[in-house]
Design a protein around this ligand. Structure first.
Ligand code: IPD
Ligand code: CA
Ligand code: CA
Length: 271
């Protein structure tokens, strides 16, 4: 089955790239190895680039006809109808500060451009050595354990993850959403990496996660892992989930959360 084959390829690449970055971090020199991208808060390190290079080189050998879209610039048209979305380090700020919440996130997608078109997804957290995997129609797994999301149906006891953009304008609006939610739920968590957040929903460590302003490489793998674990996903209006705005939750919490989080942001052009 192609989904399982792609998942296994992604798992091997994510482990190798993540372990490379994990070892490399020990030699990171903040003065030399770090630069900024869209804003002063949006950083990239030498190891983001090295991780992406390793994954791209592997794909050139193993899947030469597939397309590639990598956060750090890798880009290649697909000849096979399958493309790879790569976030070589999701949670670069955590990586830089020596916090555990960062991951390599890799998804294989078909050419429909829809969430249903994600065939396989893998998220590997080197600091905890956790490898979350999913293949479409075959479930989500952590090691030998099949993942099931939370069955919580009560807002008052919901632990909800979220994240914040690198754009300060958008952050102000995200703060408003959090302010609406905070008095109604058990608590809020901000891990600092979208892909692990989505895996935590898959494993019931969070009851829900929402964010706006993500990119396709932040979302694709973790979204498949969460939905294969039974989580419900949508945009903030209840439509198909989008990188620009996504809510993923225990099924019975979804409608209640949408009432507090929606409607969709109108500033989708802001990144
Ligand atoms: C970021 C992280 C963060 C999320 C941001 C992402 P990066 O990815 O996933 O948790 O809040 O929206 O851009 O830049 O560390 O790969
Ligand atoms: Ca990311
Ligand atoms: Ca990244």
């Amino acid at each position: 089955m192609i989904e399982i084959e792609l998942m296994n390829i992604a798992a091997g690449m994510a482990r190798r790239a993540g372990d490379l970055a994990f070892v490399g971090r020990a030699t990171l020199d903040r003065a030399i190895d770090v630069s900024t991208k869209s804003s002063a808060t949006d950083m990239v390190t030498r190891w983001d680039s090295a991780s992406e290079r390793l994954i791209v080189a592997d794909l050139e050998t193993r899947r030469p006809d597939d397309g590639i879209i990598g956060e750090e610039g890798a880009a290649k048209e697909s000849q096979s109808g399958i493309s790879w979305l790569i976030d070589p380090i999701d949670g670069t700020t955590n990586f830089l500060y020596g916090l555990a919440g960062w991951a390599v996130s890799i998804a294989a997608v078909d050419d429909t451009g829809t969430p249903e078109g994600t065939l396989a997804g893998v998220v590997y957290l080197p600091a905890t050595r956790e490898l979350f995997v999913a293949a479409r129609g075959h479930g989500a797994w952590l090691g030998g354990r099949r993942l099931r999301c939370s069955s919580n149906d009560e807002m008052a006891t919901a632990l909800v993850g979220t994240g914040f953009s690198y754009s300060s304008d958008r952050r102000a609006r995200q703060g408003d959403r959090v302010a609406r939610l905070l008095p109604r739920v058990r608590d809020i968590r901000r891990t600092g990496a979208a892909a692990p957040d989505l895996c935590y929903v898959a494993d019931g460590r969070l009851d829900a996660y929402f964010e706006e302003g993500l990119q396709a490489w932040d979302l694709a793998a973790g979204l498949l892992i969460a939905t294969e674990a039974g989580a419900r996903a949508s945009d903030f209006d209840g439509g198909s989930p989008l990188p620009s705005n996504v809510l993923v939750s225990a099924p019975d919490l979804h409608t209640h959360l949408l009432e507090l989080i929606g409607p969709s942001p109108t500033d989708r052009a802001v990144s």
